[in-house]
Design a binder for this molecule. Structure first.
Ligand SMILES: Cc1ncc(COP(=O)(O)O)c(C=O)c1O
Length: 399
C-alpha cells in the first residue's frame, strides 16, 4: 500500500506518464542558435523571414495595435465565438462572393491549430463513424490534432519526393475507397511540407468526385496570400465549399498577418440547412468552451482593425504581396541554379522538399551550417539574396 507522505505512491498518477519525444523542429532551432558560424542558414523553422533574416511585425499590424491600444475600452469577456466582426471579415476573405451563404457558420479559434482541433471535435460529436482521409506527407501536427478527437484516419500517398510530383491518380483511387460521409483533409494552398498544390483542374476533378460521392472536404487554409495571392490561394477552397453541401475550413491569420504567437484563426462549417446551421453553431460554442472557453482576443482585434480600415487594409495587402513576391523570387533563383531544382519554381508557399536522406540533411548541418527538417523540408523564406546560391550549391552537391 502507498505510504502517505512518501514518494512511493508516484505510480498512482504522474509517475505513470510516458516520456514524450521533444519536438524535432524546436530541437533544430536550439541547435542552429548554438551554431557560432556567421554563415549558417536556418531553413528549418516555419516562419516567414525578410531579406535580413528577421520576422518583423508588419507595418499594418503595428499601426492597428496602436489604434487598439488607444481605443480599446474594456477587456471584459467576449463569448466562445470570439470577435464576431473578425469572423465576418474572415468569411469574406476566405469565401469571397459566397460569404453570405447562410448554411456556413463560423467562430474564431486559437490559430489554425484550434480550428483543426475544433473541426475534428465537431465531426466526433456527430456520432457518425466518419473517417478522415489524409494525404501523405502532411504537416506533422495534423494527425495529433485530429487523432486527439478520436477520429479514425486513413492515409494515402499524395506526393512523391523523388519525382517531385503529386500522385493525383493514387489520391483519386484512395478516395474511391471512401464511404459517403467520410471526410477528406485538403491543404487549401501552400502545401506543408511539399509546396505541391493541386492545380485548378485537379481541384475541379477531386471536388466534383467528392460532391458526387458525398465526401466532405476539410480544408486547411493556413497560408492564404503567400502562394500566388489572396484571391488565387482561396480558389480551391471556394470550389470545394461551393460544390459540396457539407464542408469545413480551418483558417489561420498567423502567417499572412505575421501574428504567429497571437494565435489567430477561425473555423467555418457548411451544413445542409439553416436549421442545422443553428445547431452546428451551438455545438461549436459548447465544444470551444470545453477546450479554451474563448479564443485570445488580441490578434483577431488587430486583423479586424486592419481589414475594416481601408488605408491599413491596402497596406496589409501590399505587405502580403511583398512576402509572396519575395518567396516567388527565391523560388525562381533556386530553380535557375540547377535543372534538378527546377521543380521548386512550380511549387508554392514557404516550403518545398529536397530528396535528401536524413544522413545528407545531417551532413549539410555539420559541414555547411544549413539547418532543415530531417524530412528534407526547407523554408524557402529562410533564404536571402546573399546566401541562396551557396545554399543551392551545397544542396546540389548532395543530390
Ligand atoms: C498546414 C498548417 N496548418 C495549420 C497550421 C497552424 O497554424 P497556427 O499557427 O495558426 O495554429 C500550420 C502551422 O504551421 C500549418 O503549417
Amino acid at each position: 500500500m502507498a505510504d502517505a507522505g512518501s514518494n512511493t505512491g508516484s505510480d498512482l498518477l504522474f509517475g505513470r506518464l510516458k516520456p514524450q519525444a521533444p519536438d524535432a523542429l524546436l530541437a533544430l532551432i536550439s541547435l542552429c542558435n548554438a551554431d557560432p558560424r556567421p554563415t549558417k542558414i536556418d531553413v528549418g523553422v516555419g516562419v516567414y523571414r525578410d531579406p535580413q533574416g528577421g520576422t518583423p511585425i508588419l507595418r499594418a499590424v503595428k499601426r492597428a495595435e496602436q489604434i487598439l491600444h488607444d481605443t480599446q475600452e474594456t477587456k471584459a469577456y467576449l463569448g466562445a465565438e470570439g470577435d464576431a466582426r473578425f469572423v465576418e471579415l474572415m468569411r469574406e476573405l476566405v469565401f469571397g462572393g459566397t460569404s453570405r451563404d447562410a448554411h456556413i457558420v463560423g467562430v474564431q479559434t486559437p490559430g489554425g491549430c484550434g480550428a483543426l482541433r475544433l473541426g475534428a471535435e465537431l465531426i466526433k460529436a456527430t456520432g457518425a463513424d466518419a473517417r478522415i482521409f489524409i494525404g501523405q506527407p502532411t504537416w506533422p501536427n495534423h494527425a495529433p490534432l485530429i487523432g486527439c478527437a478520436g477520429l479514425p484516419m486513413v492515409d494515402y500517398k499524395y506526393y512523391d519526393r523523388d519525382s517531385h510530383t503529386i500522385l493525383f491518380d493514387e489520391m483519386m483511387q484512395a478516395l474511391e475507397g471512401a464511404r459517403a460521409g467520410d471526410v477528406v483533409l485538403l491543404h487549401g494552398c501552400c502545401h506543408n511540407p511539399t509546396g505541391a498544390d493541386l492545380s485548378l483542374d485537379q481541384w475541379d476533378r477531386v471536388t466534383a468526385f467528392m460532391a458526387e460521392r458525398c465526401l466532405i472536404p476539410f480544408v486547411d487554409l493556413a497560408y492564404q496570400g503567400l502562394g500566388n495571392g489572396l484571391e488565387e490561394d482561396a480558389a480551391g477552397t471556394r470550389m470545394a465549399v461551393e460544390r459540396c453541401n457539407q464542408a469545413l475550413v480551418a483558417h489561420s491569420c498567423d502567417k499572412n498577418f505575421g501574428v504567429y504567437r497571437d494565435r489567430t484563426g477561425s473555423l467555418f462549417v457548411k451544413v445542409t440547412s439553416e436549421e442545422v446551421a443553428k445547431v452546428a453553431y451551438g455545438n461549436l460554442l459548447s465544444l470551444a468552451r470545453t477546450m479554451w472557453s474563448m479564443p485570445p482576443d488580441h490578434g483577431a482585434a488587430v486583423a479586424r482593425i486592419i481589414l475594416d480600415t481601408p488605408e491599413l487594409r491596402a497596406d496589409w495587402e501590399a505587405e502580403v504581396k511583398e512576402m509572396c513576391a519575395r518567396i516567388r523570387s527565391l523560388r525562381t533563383r533556386l530553380a535557375a541554379f540547377d535543372p534538378r531544382l527546377a521543380y521548386i519554381n512550380e511549387q508554392n508557399g514557404m516550403f518545398s522538399m529536397l530528396p535528401l536522406s536524413p544522413e545528407q540533411v545531417k551532413a549539410l548541418q555539420t559541414e555547411e551550417g544549413i539547418y532543415m527538417a530531417g524530412s528534407g523540408r526547407f523554408n524557402v523564406a529562410g533564404l536571402s539574396d546573399a546566401n541562396v546560391d551557396r545554399f543551392a550549391q551545397a544542396v546540389v552537391a548532395k543530390l
